[in-house]
Design a protein around this ligand. Structure first.
Ligand code: FEO
Length: 414
């Protein structure tokens, strides 16, 4: 990786990471970029950092070398967010550097610095409205943006270049090439790739915090922002408003409606529930509503969450298993509820053998997690669905699709 210049006095340093599960659980087949930024006035600050995985801090130091800056030239380390994908390198930095520099962070970050890295000295806390003068007319301003994505998170704004460093906010999955890390150096096709990676990143990492996202966007709105330089993904230099609009739209999706689409999640033990899945898909698509279809548990949770987050309607096709829901589906629904993906239009059908039970547990989970999903009447069949059962599945799936169309298009015209 190599250092690139964002604008005068602002430089991007970055490491791409792949072959890991992000946060220990989310698949990232396209990798993810961890971005840091060096801002120079008469003094130098590094904003955001990288994880401590093998070789990653060293990648950062090598990029400082390219700038002909040594770690001894860094006067301030600005920690916008304490999650270790951004703060993990601090231990290595302190080992190399000692502690004759100042860490700038929010008040809530300070106890985590101690708990994570045993860092207690030379920590200066800031809050909304505070500034840091780097000299040469470069003043950094700080704004608390709590819960985007942890409570201690803040954003840093360079008043000279009008660059916002919001860490996780406005970020995305996807490894970024050194040759084209900026929206003005990417083709439209590549930008759309990062927007898709942004949607899955948002569904996995940020979805539970949509209200804080809306508040953060409102708080930052008065700033004259010319560049958005997030902790993950590409830098928005020619059209920062585009990523703000995307995040606004995604922040609305959690409470619905989202896109006028239906996600079909299905799981089946011996093919009986499965035999009605095609019928449901056909009925939904016959209404002109696109479907996204995922088998559970074969589809990894990261992709299931992304799909449900973006769909206004959900079909859950699953059998009863030991008087309860098919366990992998129960696990998926539990995570959907905890991510606060609420107010979906939904329909469930499935098979049972000796006894039902899945439907009862599903409704209990819907209530316990306060999901407020609006359900079409379920269809349950003993064993393999009959022709009449399939006709009922088709009828109810069509009803769901019509409901999704009316709701999503009324509130969010295409
Ligand atoms: Fe990229 Fe919440 O860390």
């Amino acid at each position: 990786m190599r250092t690139t210049k964002v604008t005068d006095g602002v430089f991007r340093l970055s490491a791409n990471v792949s072959n890991i599960l992000f946060e220990g659980m989310w698949q990232i087949p396209n990798g993810v970029a961890m971005n840091s930024y060096v801002i120079t006035g008469e003094k130098a600050a590094i904003v955001d950092g990288v994880c401590d995985w093998d070789g990653v801090p060293e990648t950062l130091y090598a990029q400082l070398d390219q700038m002909e800056i040594t770690i001894d030239d860094i006067d301030y380390v600005v920690v916008n967010h304490m999650e270790p994908d951004h703060s993990g390198w601090l231990r290595s930095f302190r080992e190399l550097r000692g502690n004759d520099y100042t860490i700038i962070c929010s008040k809530k970050a300070k106890p985590l610095l101690e708990a994570f890295y045993d860092i207690r000295e030379n920590v200066q806390t800031v809050q909304s409205g505070d500034t840091l003068d780097l000299g040469d007319g470069r003043i950094l301003a700080f704004e608390d943006i709590p819960n985007v994505h942890w409570p201690e998170t803040m954003a840093t704004y360079d008043t000279k270049s009008k660059t916002l460093f919001p860490c996780d906010a406005f970020g995305s999955f996807g490894a970024v090439s050194d040759d084209a890390p900026y929206d003005d150096t990417l083709t439209e096709e590549h930008i759309e790739f990062f927007e898709r990676e942004m949607e899955r990143y948002y569904a996995n990492i940020v979805a539970a915090f949509c209200t804080p996202v809306r508040k953060a966007i409102a708080k930052l709105a008065p700033l004259d922002i010319r560049i958005i330089a997030p902790g993950h993904g590409i830098v928005w230099r020619s059209d920062p408003g585009r990523v703000v609009r995307s995040y606004k739209r995604l922040a609305e999706y959690a409470k619905g409606p989202a896109r006028p689409e239906v996600t079909v999640l299905w799981g089946s033990m011996y093919g009986m529930t499965q035999s009605a899945v095609g019928t449901a898909i056909e009925a939904i698509e016959a209404e002109g509503v696109p479907t996204r279809v995922h088998r559970v548990p074969e589809t990894e949770m990261s992709f299931v969450l992304d799909s449900v987050f973006q769909s206004s309607g959900v079909v859950l096709a699953m059998p009863t298993y030991e008087y309860k829901m098919f366990p992998p589906m129960a696990s998926v629904i539990d995570e959907i509820g905890k991510k606060r993906i609420i107010n979906r239009k939904a329909f469930r059908f499935g098979s049972y053998g000796w006894s039902g039970g899945a439907q009862k547990e599903l409704m209990e989970m819907n209530d316990r997690l306060k999901m407020h999903w609006d359900w079409v009447d379920p269809v349950e069949f003993r064993g393999r669905p009959t022709k009449e059962d399939k006709e009922l599945v088709s009828e109810r799936a069509g009803e769901l699709a019509r409901g999704v169309k009316a709701w999503a298009l009324a509130e969010r015209p295409a």
